[in-house]
Write a protein that binds this ligand. Structure first.
Ligand SMILES: Nc1ncnc2c1ncn2[C@@H]1O[C@H](COP(=O)(O)OP(=O)(O)O)[C@@H](O)[C@H]1O
Ligand SMILES: [Mg+2]
Length: 262
């Protein structure tokens, strides 16, 4: 039986650009539409786990155990308050992964092994990466079929993007030839800021079709939600941020349909 999961990694080596917010809310929106979704939290900070209300004491197994201890996804996953959404949480143990597996010949393929050894009941698997090109991010890029890149609407948005695209190219040449770019999503857009509109125009000119139509607005409700251990979509479904993430999910699904048809 072949694995039906579509594995999407959320990556950008910059911190604070909306990776985790996008991982949580895109995953929740996909689950709300009826997809079976798994999030794998690969950041030692564990913001995706906390933002989905997973208490640190309940994280008996984590993504660390997939990478280092050869535990299975089925053993490590936990349900969330969102129907159809499960998570493999992260713990601080992840900080040690680099040292523990750096000498192993399969060090980049540890996550891929864990995500493909069993047939998993998920249609989407979303990987939330740390803000750097380390071994954790490399494991994510080796395991994923596509990369979704959040870009913050700010002056330096494009700086660093070429490095990211170059890294994706390098991953294609070495460990994962079929990796593609699912898309680029502009986050924390503030319509009152003239510069933000200019950034949107520049990014669209430079990257064209790859950029989703959906703009994620800067929205207080989105930033409050994690402190309640809830995705914005559960915390306040009607707010502009939640609505934008639902729209993003439908764009992601449309792209998947087009890709399958092609
Ligand atoms: N659309 C948004 N509106 C307001 N605040 C946001 C939005 N997206 C993210 N944030 C906030 O910005 C900070 C960084 O976002 P986060 O998703 O954690 O970024 P990353 O995972 O890339 O480091 C967090 O405090 C988050 O709550
Ligand atoms: Mg994060």
């Amino acid at each position: 039986m072949i694995n039906r999961s579509r594995i999407i990694t959320i990556a950008n080596q910059k911190g604070g650009v909306g990776k985790t917010t996008t991982a949580i809310n895109l995953a929740t929106a996909l689950a709300a539409i009826g997809e079976q979704v798994l999030i794998v939290d690969l950041d030692p900070q564990g913001n995706a786990s906390t933002g989905l209300g997973i208490d640190r004491r309940d994280r008996a197994l984590s993504s660390y155990d997939l990478l280092v201890a050869s535990n299975t996804v089925q053993q490590a996953l936990l349900p969330t308050a969102v129907p159809n959404l499960s998570i493999v949480p992260s713990t601080m143990d992840l900080l040690g992964v680099e040292m523990e597996i750096a000498q192993q010949p399969d060090r980049v393929f540890r996550l891929k092994r864990a995500l493909t050894e069993d047939v998993l009941p998920f249609t989407y698997i979303i990987l939330d990466c740390p803000p750097s090109f380390n071994l954790l991010t490399m494991n994510a890029m080796a395991a994923a079929q596509s990369v979704l890149v959040p870009l913050q609407c700010e002056f330096f948005a494009l700086e660093g993007l070429s490095q990211l695209l170059e890294t994706v190219e390098q991953v294609r040449r070495t460990v994962n030839p079929s990796l593609d770019i699912q898309g680029i999503v502009l986050t924390m857009f503030d319509a009152r800021n003239n510069l933000a509109q200019q950034v949107v125009n520049d990014v669209r000119t430079y990257l064209g079709e790859k950029v989703y139509q959906t703009l994620i607005p800067r929205n207080v409700r989105v930033s409050e939600a994690p402190s309640y251990g809830k995705p914005a979509i559960l915390y306040d479904l009607k707010c502009a941020g939640s609505q934008a993430y639902l729209q993003l999910a439908s764009e992601v699904i449309q792209r998947e349909r087009r890709r399958k048809a092609a």
